[in-house]
Design a protein around this ligand. Structure first.
Ligand code: HEC
Length: 118
């Protein structure tokens, strides 16, 4: 009898601890006060872009995105935000999946806050 109770409580606990976690909570609510290249942006670029935008670039990519100056220049002069936000075949990463909106929003916030390096 005691054991049945325990199992019941365990199941209830498991159920309630999971009930408020969904994909939206995990992917759409990345709130960062100050977005910086070093803390936030570099990881995004390293994971999604430098397979082509390395130095020297490969697979036909026209420029490297390996340094703060490279990425800043691409935002200011090469429409980086437009390219990661695109919903057609011009989307970057090329040939891949559009980045999650939360990640795109972080880059937009980074630009809005003045492209802070660190
Ligand atoms: C599979 C290789 C590949 C990956 C990965 C990739 N790119 Fe590209 N990128 C290209 C190629 C090829 C071009 C040139 C053709 C074009 O503009 O579509 C390009 C062009 C661009 C341009 C326009 C440059 C210009 O001067 O017109 C930007 C901005 C850009 N990429 C940003 C990114 C970002 C940011 C990522 C990561 C989120 C990324 N790319 C991932 C291959 C890639």
């Amino acid at each position: 009898m005691k054991r049945t109770y325990l199992i019941y409580i365990l199941i209830l606990t498991a159920f309630y601890s999971c009930s408020y976690v969904n994909e939206d909570d995990l992917t759409e609510d990345i709130m960062v006060d100050d977005v910086t290249y070093e803390d936030n942006i570099k990881t995004i670029i390293d994971s999604n872009c430098i397979s082509c935008h390395s130095n020297p670039p490969t697979n036909g990519a026209p420029m490297a995105l390996t340094t703060y100056d490279n990425v800043r220049d691409a935002v200011e002069n090469r429409n980086l935000i437009g390219r990661i936000s695109a919903t057609d075949a011009s989307v970057m990463p090329a040939g891949g999946q559009r980045l999650p909106q939360s990640i795109i929003d972080l880059v937009i916030q980074w630009e809005a806050e003045g492209l802070i390096e660190n």
